[in-house]
Design a protein around this ligand. Sequence first.
Ligand SMILES: [Zn+2]
Ligand SMILES: [Zn+2]
Length: 631
Amino acid sequence: MFTVSLIICHHTKSTHFNILRTITSSAKMNIEFEMKKFNDKRQFTKALDLYDKYKHQSIITDRILVHALNACGQLGYVERGEIIHKKLSNDSLNNIYIQTSLIQFYMRCGRVNDAQCIFNESTSKTMVHYGSLMKGFKMNGMPEKAIDLFSKVTNPNEILLCLLFSSCAQVQTKKALEFGRKVWFQMPLINRKNKHILVATFDMFIKCGDISNAEKLFDMLEHVVIDYGQMMKCYNDHRLPMRTIDLYKKMKKEGIQPDKIIFVLLIDACAQIGIESRCRTIVKQIPSSMFNDLQFQTALIHMWGKVGFVKEAEQIFKQIDQPDPVAYTAMINSYGLNGLGYKAIELYYRMPVEMIVEKTHVCVLNACSHSGLVDEARFIFSTISMKNKWVYTAMVDCLSRLSLFDEAKELIEEFERHQSPCLPMYMSLLSGVRNQKDVSLARQITQRIQKLFHAMDKDLISASVLLTNVLAASGNLDEASQMRWNLSRSGAKKQMGLSWTEINDKLVQFRAQDRSHPRTKEIYEELDRIESELIEHGHKFDSSWITRPMMPDETVASILNSHSERLALAYNFIQRPIPSRIQIVQNLRICGDCHNAIKLISQIRNCQIIVRDANRIHHFADGKCSCNDHF
Ligand SMILES: [Zn+2]
Ligand SMILES: [Zn+2]
């Protein structure tokens, strides 16, 4: 390609020097140009071949070295890059382009300390030095170091700001978010209008879960489908599915065409909301071409399972020619959630063995657990070769629900022989003990939880609440109320119980003792009627499900009657006509008193009631529940 020496031979000696200089300089430029071209096209080996061909000649420039180092870094050729580094002249070593190329090369090869040395030794650090080092830290999984480095820079440029925000997005801690937020708000307006900075900051707010600032930035962005998708995913991740639906409406108004990802996110939001009519409205808007897409079909199976419509899920599953592990697992889970344990097991055995993944084991064991199929669960558990903590937890849960506490404890011991204790296992055990009202065992487990997991406040509160319930249920009322006062005095916040239902396309949400709805008076009158009917049919209000101190003007019945799911239920009954099928979703586990009461109400009022709680779906009809009281 470069026939420098050949050309030279054809010229006389007198003009030799000038011509040589001209030709050499054009040859240098050609090599630089060709190497850059190869690198740009990611043909790094070709760039290095070219470098090797000329490296012993005097035509090697700093630019050529920069391209060679870049190629070495991209290919991870540490030794070759090091050789180049060692041969560098002092002049080259002082060249800022060479310095930054060396930093980038070492960072790409994972040699963080070497990169840092080059940076430290440089006497004239530029923004590119800082940027290269920050990018390298990020690349090597040390975004905290990138943030630290950023704080040493005055007047950072656009690139450094983008690197900072993406580092904060990678760290995702409160501290990183606070720092990123501070930089964002203190930045000159011109930077805040910069599109790249805006996108990086938006991403940081999304990843760190700062929804309100993410929303503000979203309004500043020129909207494209991908921004909508990011925002919707953020809402879904933070259990705000209604906002996903609202954003979709806005998207349509702006005339932006939703793609497959948007529809998958919408389906996920519908699954979270869990109300049939809402799901059907969205499904109707999906282009028919998407229904053949496996990812999409799987999302629909998951959604219908979570909403309590297994037949719909099954229909979609049957249409799939070659289900993948995710689709199989979604179907098994749908059966399990709806109390169809045998169907879940049947599909599990029909599934090709090589497709079974860890999540499948967990789902099938949960399905057994929800249907009380302990022998089947034991057998499946014994056949699983690689059991992780979630597999053990599912099995402990299954045993605990059937009050097989000794076996459950043995399993926990077996697990802890090789691995560190896992809180969800103890919580499953304690929930089972709670249902059996076994005080001494509940005390034992709570003490063990306190000893093992002292740092996890939120879960300890849940454990203490469960213990309080057991104490109350077994007649230790004084101790129980003392514990309740202690809990409320300590400022411990229990998760608030919420239930929602949909009437005339409007989602209505209730919390316990809620009096905020415009039709509150009618709702409470209906609850009084329901209470009389329940008493008439032999219902005994069970005070053991009351988890807070009672006020002087309250009764056991008045507290239980105004649990959020009962308010949602009464709200359905004051509609005209009364919905033929009532659907309620709640964020916590249904309490035993509500479960018994709703069973009876389904019989007295002759209606079908579907309640999804945090754990599973209950189909109430004719005085029975599909869970057979395994809740
Ligand atoms: Zn309740
Ligand atoms: Zn049930």
